[in-house]
Design a protein around this ligand. Structure first.
Ligand code: UT7
Length: 341
């Protein structure tokens, strides 16, 4: 028996997602800021987004998505031994939302931590969790990407408020048969460009004060066209590299699940990668940009659609605040999926 025979392989055993019920339409936004349905749809592809009510927090959406993912993997919370939560809108600065989630799940001592990589967070968390599983100390991990961006969105700023929504996406990672699961990944960051997408207030640089509130510093500030250029470049480059690292070609890929920010960015990635648009899973029209939740939410909808088959090659690719990016290739294993409710 060689070393490779002992190597264990990890992949996604189940997925889940959650989104608030309240829908904010483009028509409603037209009454709030100087915008139009026509502008929003033609520039972004977004038609509506979900908005959490006052009492709903990130940990609550994460909990709902986690329970659904556990059910689809046919597992109980007690089967988990690691929780990683990607978010830029934790319930509070600390404790970590992952710790709040651990408590909600009725778990007591397993490690739980948050990770901040903006909209690349879900991919970052998957990759970190997989490394920890490969390391041998853990068996099954819960990864959640969750954001309640409506809490940090400035509904007086038309250049950002039309884009964002709230939601959560979850995945259970565990051992899969040889040849399945994660085949390659790439994480990256260009910290020098971080200022094009940031939330300035509330940290050690600019603690909350009457002035910071008055100056609206606790809301997302974004130079949209700079992020757009970065996104178009990095989706193509990172997906191309990670597909090659997995020993595959773009034409081998059955599904690409990109970060759902703007349909124009996704179309440009399809053209550059020469992968047909029909192989890109898109739900941005219904949720807008849900940041760390976006890829997990899209992956869950893809899994529930029944369109992804056992053995399909799936690419997850995202970009976001940092500026960061994450790209992963996996061979889809459907063996654990027992139900999709
Ligand atoms: O997940 C990572 C986070 N962010 C992103 O992924 C966002 C990436 N960027 C984008 O998706 C696009 O850059 C936007 C959708 C944000 C903007 O689209 P754009 O084609 O880059 O437009 P622009 O920023 O160049 O603005 C074009 C015009 C401007 O007017 P002028 O200066 O040409 O007269 C804006 O003031 O559109 C105007 N504009 C709007 N008009 C109506 C900006 N927002 C709106 C709006 N409604 N909501």
């Amino acid at each position: 028996m060689g070393v490779n025979d002992l190597k264990r392989h990890f992949g996604v055993l189940g997925t889940g997602s959650a989104a608030p019920e309240r829908i904010l339409t483009n028509a409603e936004l037209e009454t709030m800021v100087d915008t139009s349905d026509e502008w929003i749809v033609s520039r972004t592809g977004i038609r509506e987004r979900r908005i959490a009510d006052e009492g709903t927090t990130s940990s609550m959406l994460a909990y709902e998505a986690a329970l659904q993912a556990l059910r689809s993997a046919n597992m109980d919370p007690q089967d988990l031994d690691l929780i990683i939560c990607a978010t830029v809108t934790p319930d509070m600065a600390f404790p970590a939302t992952a710790c709040l989630l651990q408590d909600l799940l009725g778990l007591r001592t397993i490690p739980a931590f948050d990770l901040s990589a903006g909209c690349s967070g879900f991919g970052y968390a998957l990759s970190v969790a997989e490394s920890m599983l490969v390391g041998g100390s853990y068996k099954n991990a819960l990864v959640v990407g969750v954001d309640v961006l409506s809490r940090i969105t400035d509904y007086e700023d038309r250049s950002t408020c039309v884009l964002f929504g709230d939601g959560a996406g979850a995945a259970i990672l565990g051992e899969v048969p040889e040849g399945y699961g994660f085949l390659a990944s790439e994480l990256g960051a260009e910290g020098s460009s971080g200022s094009v997408l940031q939330l300035p207030g509330g940290g050690s640089r600019m603690p909350a004060s009457a002035r910071s509130v008055q100056e609206r510093q606790h809301y997302i500030k974004m130079q949209g066209s700079e992020v757009f250029k970065f996104a178009v470049r990095i989706l193509d480059e990172s997906a191309r590299r990670v597909i090659a690292k997995a020993g595959l070609n773009p034409e081998d890929i059955h599904w690409v699940v990109p970060h759902q920010a703007n349909v124009r960015i996704i179309r440009s990635a399809a053209t550059r990668l020469a992968i047909p648009e029909e192989r890109f899973f898109v739900n941005v029209e219904r949720y807008g940009n849900t940041s760390a939740a976006s890829i997990g939410l899209a992956l869950d909808e893809l899994a529930r659609s029944g369109d992804v088959q056992d053995g399909d090659y799936v690419v997850l690719v995202g970009f976001g605040a940092g500026l960061t990016w994450s790209a992963l290739v996996m061979k889809w294993w459907a063996g654990n999926e027992v139900c999709h409710d």
